[in-house]
Design a protein around this ligand. Structure first.
Ligand code: SAM
Ligand code: SF4
Length: 465
């Protein structure tokens, strides 16, 4: 669930509070209600919620921290695994009574797209169902809800435009997220995303660069470019910028100190991206490159479009860079038909790739996916056992890799203060967390040099130099 920092509209729009208040009063929007927005799932969902919040704020709504004080309750949902999708229905159950108190309840995102109008049958107290591919239409749909329509849907996936808003309510005061490519044209056999988020659509490079410049002027020093397959970016603008050129141009915006991008698909990860990172220190030295399995046989069944050997060549290419680049990954344990030998190949790939971090999941059958029809003799307990072994192996690798960093120093962006005296936390360019001591009074949002004095599997400790 997102924990919004409270950033004023004045900072987001560049207008004074007084002039905003006058604009709202003149437009008759000031009397609109309050909204509560809860987000489940990935970073793209978090960022979609920032844009949804921007749309609502610009319509005169005020964001509140609890559903109890909201006139509009929205859930931005995730359906990547079954558990995530179930959460939404338990939330809807909890808020069933609220509707009787004159509240409007809406379901957004991937579950909305997946379940469609079925949601009205399962939860008749819901008034709005809008999938992420239809967010462009959100202002229109909200107008229908406001007019008293109690079954409003936005479920198209054929929109060829991306979701851009006049205003985005950004939750992190230092790092700004920007979706540069929406949807997905890959067809991994386990994945519901192409169904819930629709076909791939890239945002024009000139519009991305304009927003990056505005963000830098507002004081954001770090930007993270988002996409399900961010490096499959295909510029629709006449200049047809390559992804690596876009990265370099974003890094050149005055005021930007760090550029991240996620998630990269191995098949589209080309040498020019590594060359760009090598040539431009403002491009962070971190690549998230999900492998999903170490077995070519399983990768074929997953329709991942690369073999184990081809993937390891990409790793070798990244390790061949002049800068040390952190590599992180996603892995699915227990894909239908995964044998002990296949699993052993995944373990040996962990050894070969030496990831700095890993997200790992037990295979979850999803509606509308080809893998649903595959024969799956692997029992659930065995899948859980493999997941645990995988995580233990990666923990050992991370402990060893992090231990080697003791004595090194890193520049970090400070993004948290501990309750303990003189304790702060921040991220390195390679996306490691360092908890460190400093005698300074105020460090949030600044860049400082920290020497590493200790290491655990998931974070480092250090002291400001
Ligand atoms: N587009 C990215 C990619 O290609 O790697 C990530 C998409 S998804 C939001 C994030 C991760 O969820 C995937 O990398 C995969 O490991 C996991 N995932 C997707 N579908 C899954 C399923 N049916 N069961 C378990 N894990 C799944
Ligand atoms: Fe899903 Fe595969 Fe597309 Fe990633 S690349 S979103 S895993 S279909």
């Amino acid at each position: 669930m997102s924990k919004p920092f409270d950033i004023g509209l004045d900072r987001l729009t560049g207008k004074s509070r007084g002039s905003l208040a006058r604009e709202f009063a003149d437009s008759g929007l000031a009397s609109r209600g309050t909204f509560f927005l809860e987000t489940f799932g990935c970073q793209m969902n978090e960022h979609d919620s920032e844009k949804v919040a921007g749309v609502l704020l610009s319509r005169g709504y005020r964001q509140v921290e609890s559903p109890d004080s909201a006139s509009l309750i929205l859930y931005n949902t995730c359906s990547i695994r079954e558990k995530a999708a179930q959460k939404v229905f338990s939330r809807l159950g909890e808020y069933r009574m609220k509707q009787g108190e004159g509240r409007i309840i809406g379901v957004l995102g991937c579950v909305a797209q997946q379940e469609g109008e079925e949601i009205f049958e399962r939860a008749p107290w819901v008034s709005l169902v809008c999938g992420s591919a239809s967010y462009r239409k959100l202002p229109e749909l909200l107008a229908q809800v406001e007019a008293g329509n109690r079954r409003v849907t936005g479920l198209d996936t054929d929109t060829d435009e991306t979701f851009e808003t006049e205003m985005t309510r950004r939750d992190n005061p230092w790092r700004a997220y920007l979706t540069i490519i929406e949807g997905c044209d890959k067809a991994c056999s386990y994945c519901v995303v192409p169904y819930t988020r629709g076909p791939e659509r890239s945002r024009a490079s000139d519009s991305i660069l304009k927003e990056v410049r505005q963000l830098a002027e507002l004081g954001y020093s770090e930007v993270q470019l988002l996409g399900q397959t961010v490096n499959s970016y295909a510029d629709p603008a006449p200049r047809k910028m390559r992804f690596s050129d876009l990265l370099l141009s974003v890094a050149e915006a005055p005021g930007i100190r760090r550029v991240r991008f996620t998630t990269s698909h191995p098949s589209d990860f080309t040498p020019d991206i590594v060359q760009a990172i090598d040539s431009e220190p403002r491009l962070c030295d971190h690549v998230h490159l999900p492998v999903q399995s170490g077995s070519t046989r399983v990768l074929r069944a997953m329709q991942r479009t690369y073999s184990r050997e081809e993937y390891l060549e990409k790793i070798a290419m990244i390790r061949g860079a002049k800068r040390a680049i952190s590599i992180t990954t996603d892995i699915i344990a227990g894909f239908p038909g995964e044998t002990e030998d296949d699993f052993a190949e995944t373990l040996s790939l962990l050894e070969a790739a030496q990831y700095d971090s890993m997200f790992s999941f037990k295979y979850s059958p999803r509606p509308h996916t080809p893998s649903l029809a595959m024969n799956d003799p692997v029992p659930e307990e065995e899948k859980s056992r493999r997941l645990a072994i995988l995580q233990e192996k990666q923990r050992e690798i991370q402990s060893a890799r992090n231990a080697k960093l003791v004595g090194n120093s890193f520049e970090i962006l400070v993004n948290g203060k501990s309750r303990r005296e003189n304790q702060w936390t921040g991220h390195t360019s390679c996306h490691r967390v360092i908890n460190f001591t400093s005698q300074e009074q105020e460090l949030l949002g600044t860049y400082v040099q920290v020497r590493v004095t200790g290491a655990g599997p998931n974070s480092l400790v250090g002291e400001q130099i």
